[in-house]
Design a protein around this ligand. Structure first.
Ligand SMILES: Nc1ncnc2c1ncn2[C@@H]1O[C@H](COP(=O)(O)OP(=O)(O)OP(=O)(O)O)[C@@H](O)[C@H]1O
Ligand SMILES: [Mg+2]
Length: 234
């Protein structure tokens, strides 16, 4: 049996992405391998293609050229149903703008992915409360997003990303709308999940201090990925 810990979760080979009317590809024959249990920060200038790369990893868009493997499966030929199932079962997404539904309580926001999986409402609520507790917000379960601080909203979004027990978290500037102290707290929470539950963590960030906390950092520059040296932080 192969070692699951070191099994490649993603294998991108010769991946290029461009959009209609853009002559040059902004991801240009990119190769990228990510193993299970890794932490990887994606950095780079605005418009360089960080979110695009994250969307490709999140199976939200297919590149125009190249091969994408996820957990040993060929993403390029997989059906839309298969992609949706892998996303729903294995991935948790976190965004800069939190993307909570304003008319649902924190508890119901967190439980929503379970309803999509056809879990009962009572099971969804029970598991959602557990996750809110894990992110330190059990006492805010009945609050609506508008009545929570930015940092609290992002914790709710993290609880929602985690409720389905994903093996992978994909986060696009999750601390972009938070002050430094909140950003550090959120990062700690995510890194703890990696350390304690081996959740693979991929995060786009502009913050070089936060990026330094990841085992691996890649920079998107001129359409290519550049590995950014060794892990420096403790
Ligand atoms: N759906 C789209 N249609 C056309 N062009 C797009 C689309 N999405 C992104 N782009 C373009 O692709 C390039 C890469 O965009 P992307 O969002 O990946 O950059 P980014 O590195 O995440 O930037 P930022 O740091 O500002 O979020 C940009 O030039 C952008 O304008
Ligand atoms: Mg972006």
């Amino acid at each position: 049996m192969s070692e699951h810990v070191s099994e490649a979760l993603f294998e991108l080979r010769g991946v290029s992405q461009s959009y209609i009317k853009r002559v040059a590809a902004f991801l240009d024959t990119v190769d990228f391998t990510l193993h299970r249990g890794d932490t990887c920060a994606i950095v780079g200038a605005s418009g360089s293609g960080k979110s695009t790369l994250l969307n490709i990893l999140g199976l939200l868009e297919r590149p125009v050229a190249g091969r994408v493997g996820f957990a040993g499966q060929d993403v390029m030929t997989a059906s839309a149903d298969a992609l949706a199932r892998w996303r729903n079962r294995q991935m948790g997404f976190i965004f800069q703008a939190f993307n909570l539904l304003p008319r649902l309580s924190a508890l119901d926001n967190v439980g929503l992915p379970l309803l999509y999986r056809h879990q009962s409402r009572s099971v969804a609520r029970e598991l959602a409360l557990q996750k809110l507790d894990e992110v330190g917000l059990a006492d805010r379960a009945g609050h609506f997003p508008a009545d929570l601080s930015g940092g609290q909203r992002q914790r709710v979004a993290i609880a929602r990303a985690l409720v389905g027990q994903p093996s992978l978290i994909l986060a696009d500037e999750p601390t972009g709308n938070l002050d430094q102290a909140c950003a550090n707290d959120i990062l700690e929470l995510l890194l703890d999940l990696n350390r304690q539950q081996q959740v693979t963590l991929v995060m786009v960030t502009h913050d070089t201090g936060l990026a330094a906390r990841f085992a691996r950092r890649v920079e998107v520059v001129d359409g290519h990925l550049r590995e950014c040296g060794e892990h420096v932080a403790a």
